[in-house]
Design a protein around this ligand. Structure first.
Ligand SMILES: Nc1nc2c(c(=O)[nH]1)N[C@@H](CN(C=O)c1ccc(C(=O)N[C@@H](CCC(=O)O)C(=O)O)cc1)CN2
Length: 304
C-alpha cells in the first residue's frame, strides 16, 4: 500500500469519514474557442481545493467551438456543489459557456418506451438492476401490453398508451404527463415503433435517444433487416441517436456492427442484430448520463 500524501491523511481529509471524504463532481462545458479557457477552469479548480481525476477536451477547428469534460474531487468540505456552481458562473460568463457542474454520482431518471420487441428494454432493465448504468428507470411506456409482466417484475410502473393515427395526439399528451409527473430526465426509445410528432420532438430535444436497427445512414425506416438482406450486406448494425422530427436523422451517439453472410435470412439478421442494438443503446445511454455527449448541429462530440 503506497503512502498517501500528507493532505490525504490529515484529519480534515480522512477518507473513512464521509463527511470530509472528497466529493467527486463532473464539469461539462462548451463555448466558442478562445485563449485561456483551460487556464480559467484549472484556476477555478485550484481555488476550490479540487483535484482533477480525468479531463477530456476537443477544439473543433472547423467551426471554432470548444468542448470540455472534467471529473474532479473537491477535497475540502468548505466547497459544496451549490457554492461551486455559484462561483463557476462568473468563470463561464466571459466565455459564453454552456455548462453543467454536478456530483458524479447523479443518477438520471429514465422513461423507456417500447413496442413489440423487448430485447433492448430487457437489457436496459438488467444493466440498471446490476448497477452497470447510472440510471433509475422510473417508468415504461408501450403501445402494446407484451412487456407489462417483465416491467412489473422489476417493480416499475407500466403505462399502456395505444397509438393510432386518430389517437396519437391524446397518447402523446398522456406521455408528456408521465414525463412531467415522474420528473423524467431522459426518454429512451428502446424499439418503440411509432413516429413522434414534431412538437413532441421539440419538447424532448437533446433528452430522447432512439435505437435504430441499422448502421445509419443505411436502411432507414421500419424494415431495415429486410432491406439489408435484399442488398446482400456483410455487416449489420445498430445506431443510437438523439430523436429529431426528421426520422432516423438525429445526431448519432453510438453505433455497433456485426459480421453476417449470404446464408443469413432476414430473421437471422434480426436475431444477430439484437445484440448490436442492445450494446449500442446501453453505451449511448451511459455516455449521455455521464455528460460525455455534446450535440454540435447534426453531429455529436463524445468525450470518453
Ligand atoms: N420523430 C421521430 N420519431 C421516431 C424516430 C425518429 O427518429 N424520429 N425513430 C423511431 C424508431 N424507428 C426507427 O428507428 C422507426 C419507427 C417506426 C417507423 C415507422 O414507419 N412506423 C410506422 C408504424 C409502424 C408500426 O405501427 O409498427 C408509422 O409510424 O407509420 C419508422 C422508424 C421512433 N420514433
Amino acid at each position: 500500500m503506497t503512502d498517501l500524501p500528507a493532505s490525504a491523511t490529515s484529519p480534515a481529509h480522512s477518507p473513512a469519514d464521509p463527511a470530509t471524504a472528497p466529493v467527486e463532481h463532473v464539469l461539462t462545458l462548451d463555448c466558442p474557442e478562445a485563449p485561456g479557457i483551460v487556464h480559467a477552469v484549472s484556476r477555478f479548480l485550484v481555488e476550490h481545493g479540487s483535484d482533477i481525476i480525468d479531463n477530456q477536451q476537443f477544439g473543433d477547428r472547423r467551426d471554432g467551438h470548444f468542448f470540455m469534460r472534467v471529473h474532479f474531487a473537491a477535497l475540502g468540505s468548505e466547497h459544496t456543489t451549490a457554492t461551486m456552481q455559484r462561483d463557476f458562473a462568473a468563470v463561464a460568463a466571459p466565455f459564453a459557456m454552456r455548462w453543467h457542474l454536478e456530483p458524479v454520482r447523479t443518477r438520471r431518471r429514465v422513461l423507456v418506451m417500447v413496442s413489440r420487441y423487448g430485447h433492448c428494454l430487457n437489457d436496459l432493465l438488467f444493466r440498471t438492476r446490476s448497477g452497470d448504468l447510472p440510471i433509475d428507470v422510473v417508468g415504461v411506456v408501450s403501445n402494446h401490453r407484451d412487456h407489462e409482466a417483465l416491467v412489473a417484475w422489476h417493480d416499475i410502473p407500466f403505462f399502456h398508451l395505444p397509438v393510432t393515427a386518430a389517437t396519437k395526439p391524446e397518447a402523446e399528451a398522456q406521455l408528456l404527463d408521465v414525463i412531467d409527473s415522474f420528473d423524467v430526465d431522459l426518454v429512451v426509445l428502446a424499439r418503440y415503433m411509432q413516429v413522434l410528432s414534431d412538437d413532441l420532438c421539440t419538447r424532448l430535444a437533446g433528452r430522447a435517444i432512439n435505437i435504430h436497427h441499422s448502421f445509419l445512414p443505411s436502411f432507414k425506416g421500419a424494415k431495415p433487416y429486410h432491406q439489408a438482406h435484399d442488398r446482400g450486406v456483410k455487416l449489420v448494425g445498430a445506431t443510437a441517436h438523439y430523436v429529431t422530427a426528421d426520422l432516423d436523422e438525429g445526431p448519432i451517439i453510438a453505433q455497433e456492427v456485426i459480421g453476417v453472410d449470404h446464408s443469413h435470412t432476414p430473421d437471422d439478421l434480426a436475431a444477430i442484430g439484437r445484440d448490436a442494438e442492445s450494446a449500442a443503446l446501453a453505451r449511448a445511454v451511459r455516455w449521455h448520463c455521464e455528460g460525455r455527449v455534446f450535440v454540435q448541429g447534426r453531429r455529436t462530440v463524445v468525450l470518453r
